[in-house]
Design a protein around this ligand. Structure first.
Ligand code: XIL
Length: 367
């Protein structure tokens, strides 16, 4: 899999932190509800809600759900939204053509309802994690057939979950690093209009869901962000039903912290919502004291940026326990990217987020 190749880029200064220091009022106790872990600490979820009306989420590994008590307890108490890490992707939902399997995804939606959580749907149109039947069929499809298959997929899946999904990542990772559209089945067969079509079909299927374009490395100023911006601005001008832009925010201590406040505000100025959708901060192992503090800063500053941009409606981490993180499997020698260690004990990153939220009283409240 060629996900997220490590790229060299300019390290950017963390302007969000400086700005936030001005905007924040150092807070005392917020009266938020305590975590059911005996620690007496407020949960991230309660702090985020009372500080700024911000939703704080996590990706969920459904293999753990229901079989790992501590995992369930953290997932259910610390977060106010959940994203399926894999089980709403096309290969999971339609492993054989015309045979749909919603078992795991439905279980997640049930868990969310039980815990009064919102769901981010992830993801409908992507080049990756497609079922094998579609990969095999792809080269033989005409443009019309490809569009019909894509429309059917979006319609079928969104109809299944209609009314249960808060935000949908309709199109995921459509851009190359140089700002051109990624070469994939959809672009090859349908052309660049596949993106616009996907949003229109999605809106027809579930008019109340918030529809997002989602990508990585658009957190940084540069050609990829510019490409996504030009696309999204074009969609807005044409009246295509897009509601927001998701900044995945898979950070790595060796590349520095992006100025997410400026980046998200740029898109927010188009009248769109923004979200940080897949935050994790990886580092080369083993973690030294310097790297630990860089990781704390990555989490703190990315959360501060979301607090500072009123249009930023949710901050979602891509899993919370190092034992279940996707990072070691994809980035050799890297890891420790999550808020909790391999035994689900909270790490300094977790306390860094706590302290940002505790001092965030007074930032603009969402809705
Ligand atoms: C990753 C999952 O975390 C892994 O379990 C899976 O093997 C591959 O996909 N960007 C995305 C996510 O939009 O869907 C990816 O999730 C991580 C990168």
């Amino acid at each position: 899999m060629s996900l997220h190749p490590p790229l060299h880029r300019r390290a950017l200064a963390g302007t969000a932190a400086t700005a936030l220091a001005v905007a924040l009022v150092a807070g005392g106790a917020l009266g938020a509800s305590a975590a059911p872990d005996g620690s007496g600490r407020s949960t991230l979820r309660a702090l985020a809600q009372s500080a700024a009306g911000l939703k704080i989420g996590t990706a969920i590994n459904t293999d753990q759900l229901g079989s790992n008590t501590r995992y369930d307890q953290i997932a259910g108490s610390q977060f106010s939204t959940v994203t399926p890490e894999n089980v709403m992707k096309w290969d999971a939902i339609e492993p054989k053509r015309g045979q749909f399997d919603y078992t795991a995804a439905d279980e997640l939606v049930r868990f969310a309802r039980q815990h009064h959580q919102l769901v981010r749907g992830h993801t409908l149109v992507w080049y990756n994690q497609l079922p094998q039947w579609l990969v095999d069929l792809g080269p033989f499809l005409t443009s019309k057939q490809t569009a019909a298959i894509l429309k059917q997929h979006i319609t079928e899946e969104m109809t299944h979950f209609k009314g249960k999904i808060w935000q949908w990542d309709v199109v995921n990772e459509a851009f190359n690093e140089d700002g051109t559209l990624r070469d994939n089945l959809w672009l090859e067969k349908i052309g660049p209009s596949y993106i616009e079509k996907a949003f229109r079909w999605a809106h027809e299927a579930d008019p109340k869901a918030l529809l997002f374009y989602n990508d990585y490395n658009i957190e940084y100023a540069g050609p990829k962000q510019d490409g996504a911006y030009a696309l999204v601005r074009g969609l807005v001008r044409k009246g295509v039903p897009i509601d927001g832009v998701g900044f995945q925010t898979h950070l790595d201590t060796q590349y520095g912290i992006p100025d997410l406040e400026t980046s998200m505000q740029r898109f927010a100025n188009l009248g769109l919502r923004t979200a940080e959708t897949e935050v994790d901060v990886r580092t080369t192992l083993p973690v030294t004291a310097t790297e630990q503090s860089a990781q704390n800063a990555g989490y703190s500053e990315s959360l501060q940026a979301c607090l500072l941009v009123r249009a930023c409606i949710s901050y979602t981490v891509w899993g919370f326990g190092d034992a279940y993180s996707w990072i070691p499997g994809v980035f050799a020698g890297e890891g420790s990217a999550d808020l909790y260690d391999a035994n689900l004990v909270a790490k300094p990153q977790y306390f860094a987020l706590q302290s940002v939220l505790r001092t965030a009283k007074g930032v603009p409240h969402r809705s």
